[in-house]
Design a protein around this ligand. Structure first.
Ligand code: ATP
Ligand code: LTN
Length: 337
């Protein structure tokens, strides 16, 4: 028998904020890819509650949404025994490494972040320091676990680039402490657009009609898709620049069915927007129905979810501490007895 070289599995890390109802954008841009990668990699998926408080949250809602997001991870097909699914605030290493990395990040770098500029404009009454340094905490999340790959939507590309810069800067001074991560972006749907303004990304903090929530019932999905903004020339063609609404609907079908955009367009050629919208609704409903059912089942068993989160936080903490201790030693913090 030939000698086989067994390479250790690479690590994936990603996080989603429990800041609202998850949308089809979160599903297509992030969650769906998480499930596709779980067999090939060691995967760590975090409920990033510490990121969520950069915007004001109602405490009871935040607590509930953390459990709901963990249930969504599992309902979408992530196996909590294979993957580490946990809450960010349960592992103190995130905050500790975040502070250290703040001292290796420049104000100018953070001032260039477009998500900061967008959110500062949206929440002008609460432009807090956490909102500004948020990308550093995200870098800490990723670097703590020595992640090789980070599945994210296109809007997070700039934050990942910053993470890589911080890691390289740190490694340049102290040797190879951090793995420099790569982003993982799906072929289609890394930027699902708003149903009401298809030039902007679908966002869970926008008004209801702009997004499809993963937990929306079938009739709500049909209604929202029916009202989605298209254009007046009635031709089904993929052209994101001139036909952003129609192109967005076509990419949603492609993402949901796994078909190429070209095939989707061919299938629908000569049809009207009514047919296009029916096709969108049906494939979204079909994909989401089993997820919704499983989510409901899981939410009825909070003790099980709590057990998963507790157990996984311990596993995450063990990995995080290894990196944190190494970093602390490298930068010269006093040894522990
Ligand atoms: P908010 O709107 O409150 O800022 P968000 O949905 O943009 O929230 P997260 O919940 O943290 O932010 O996003 C989780 C993941 O979903 C990220 O990887 C992000 O890139 C991805 N994502 C979010 N919106 C979209 C979208 N419209 N299309 C594709 N991916 C998206
Ligand atoms: N910044 C991301 C959420 C996030 C994340 C992470 C994603 C926080 N930490 C680590 C990937 C890896 C967002 O706003 N979507």
């Amino acid at each position: 028998m030939e000698n086989q070289i067994i390479t250790p599995k690479k690590t994936i890390f990603s996080g989603i904020q429990p800041s609202g109802t998850l949308t089809l954008g979160n599903y297509i841009g992030a969650l769906r890819n998480f499930t596709l990668l779980q067999d090939e990699y060691n995967c760590i998926y975090c409920v990033v509650d510490m990121h969520a408080i950069t915007v004001r949250q109602n405490p009871a809602d935040l607590r509930r949404r953390c459990l709901e997001l963990a249930a969504t991870y599992i309902a979408c097909g992530l196996d909590p025994k294979k993957n580490i699914i946990y809450c960010q605030s349960h592992v103190s290493g995130h905050a500790e490494l975040g502070w250290i990395l703040n001292c290796y990040t420049y104000m100018g770098e953070l001032q260039r972040m477009t998500q900061y500029k967008d959110k500062a404009a949206k929440h002008a009454d609460n432009i807090n320091a956490g909102l500004f340094t948020y990308p550093v905490l995200m870098a800490a999340d990723i670097l703590l676990y020595q992640a090789d790959l980070v599945p994210i939507g296109a809007d997070q590309k700039q934050h990942l680039e910053l993470t890589r810069d911080i890691a390289q800067r740190f490694n340049g001074v102290y040797g190879d402490v951090f793995t420099v991560p790569e982003g993982y972006f799906g072929k289609v749907g890394s930027r699902v657009m708003s149903l009401q303004d298809p030039t902007r990304k679908m966002s869970k903090s926008d008004p209801e009609d702009c997004y499809i929530a993963i937990l929306d019932p079938a009739d709500v999905i049909r209604r929202k898709v029916k009202r989605a903004v298209t254009d007046s020339d009635a031709e089904i063609r993929y052209d994101p620049e001139n036909k952003p609404g129609v192109s967005n609907l076509l990419s949603i079908i492609a993402a949901m069915t796994g078909d190429s955009i070209e095939n989707v367009v061919n299938d629908l050629s000569g049809q009207g927007y009514g047919t296009l919208k029916n096709r969108v609704s049906e494939c979204v409903i079909e994909t989401l129905a089993p997820i919704q059912e499983e989510h409901k089942r899981l939410m009825a068993d909070k003790a099980y979810l709590q057990g998963i989160l507790d157990e996984n936080a311990q596993r995450a903490n063990a990995i995080a501490m290894r990196t944190l201790r190494k970093v602390q030693k490298k930068i010269g913090f006093a040894a522990r007895g």
